[in-house]
Write a protein that binds this ligand. Sequence first.
Ligand code: FES
Length: 287
Amino acid sequence: MEANILIVDDEEVVIKSCERILKPEGYSVRGTTSARDAMEILKNGGTDVVITDLKMPDVDGLELIHWIRDNTPQTAVVVITGYPSQESIKDALEHGIVDYLPKPFSPELLIDVAEKAVNAAKARVTEERSFEEQDVEAQIDRIMEIINENRHKPGALIPILEQVQEVLGYLPPAVQRIIAKELNIPVSEVHGVVSFYSFFTMKPKGKHNIRVCLGTACYVKRAQEILQKLKEKLGIEEGGITEDRKFSLETVRCLGACGLAPVVMVGSNVHAGVDPVKVEEILKQYD
Ligand code: FES
């Protein structure tokens, strides 16, 4: 099966043995001993699966997993660990790892898990493509109108991105590719601008976007518990969107309404003095 696999482990010997086992299976395998290097490799795209150690000296595997979830969510992750603690495995599983390999592992187990991860990565790409492409397709006339209205203006890229985000609610790679092609600039330039400015987002928003304030005034009044309850009720993590695309969930530092803490906003509605046990009642108000 064709796929690109990246092995991240501070022990060279682990990288070498993974390469020895996986290459004959038809995979293209590369390795790095540093999670920071892994992030650089992943930014260039094309990696289907990351097989990473959890304990590493500079950036550890969990941090890498969190980074992947936020930046290249289509990449499937497998964890290799010598001392799996319940907590670290639980955290890794919550962040969507496909499986984990306890050290030492047999070649058969590595091949099995790699195959499972490659299948998961391919399924994610298909899912994401159709999701994004449907969004872009539905608004393609408006997107082209925005591009045409701005293309000859100096510094056209940012106003185009702003207006397209207003239309789509986010800037998926599919629309970044269209903008790059139309402006005759590299996709990496568009991607660089989208990633640099915090007001641009590559994540889709639900019909109702929920923002939980985690600023100090809200934090001391159990905002974390509210967030936890919302995650449980919606079955999504921070930055996620429900399958029916009804709700998305994000956190903010301060909503400027500290006197009303703890505060949750759903779309433009402010919910003040929220009691964590009552989050379900709030969700019921939205259809
Ligand atoms: S800290 Fe939550 S509104 Fe200011």
